[in-house]
Design a protein. Structure first.
Length: 104
C-alpha cells in the first residue's frame, strides 16, 4: 500500500489534487492510502511553503499547483517499485493556490 498525503488547508487546488490522485490510483489499480494534511504546522514540518504539496511514502513529490495525471502516475509507479525521489527545486508547478506565496 502506498501512503500519499496531500498537504493543504482546503483550497480548491488542494481538493482537485486529492481527487486527481484518487482517480489515477483507481484507474490504474494502485492501492493507496490517501490522507489530507490541513494543519499549517504539520504542512510546514515537511518544508512545503506552497500548496498543494504531495508526499508519497514520506518523501515530497510535489509542491505548488495542481500536478498533471502523468506526474501522479509516475510517483505512484515509482513508489510501488521503491524508487521515489524528493522533488527537485524548480520542478514544482508554479503558483500554487496562493500565487507562490506561503499558503493559506
Amino acid at each position: 500500500m502506498i501512503d500519499v498525503k496531500v498537504l493543504g488547508t482546503g483550497c480548491a487546488n488542494c481538493k482537485t489534487t486529492t481527487q486527481l490522485i484518487e482517480k489515477v490510483a483507481k484507474e490504474n489499480n494502485i492501492p493507496v492510502t490517501l490522507e489530507k494534511v490541513e494543519d499549517i504546522q504539520d504542512i510546514m514540518a515537511y518544508g512545503v511553503m506552497s500548496t498543494p504539496g504531495v508526499v508519497v511514502n514520506g518523501k515530497i513529490a510535489h509542491a505548488g499547483g495542481v500536478p498533471d495525471a502523468k506526474s501522479v502516475l509516475t510517483w505512484l509507479h515509482n513508489a510501488a517499485q521503491g524508487t521515489e525521489q524528493d522533488a527537485k527545486p524548480g520542478t514544482e508547478a508554479s503558483g500554487g493556490c496562493c500565487g507562490g506565496k506561503p499558503c493559506c
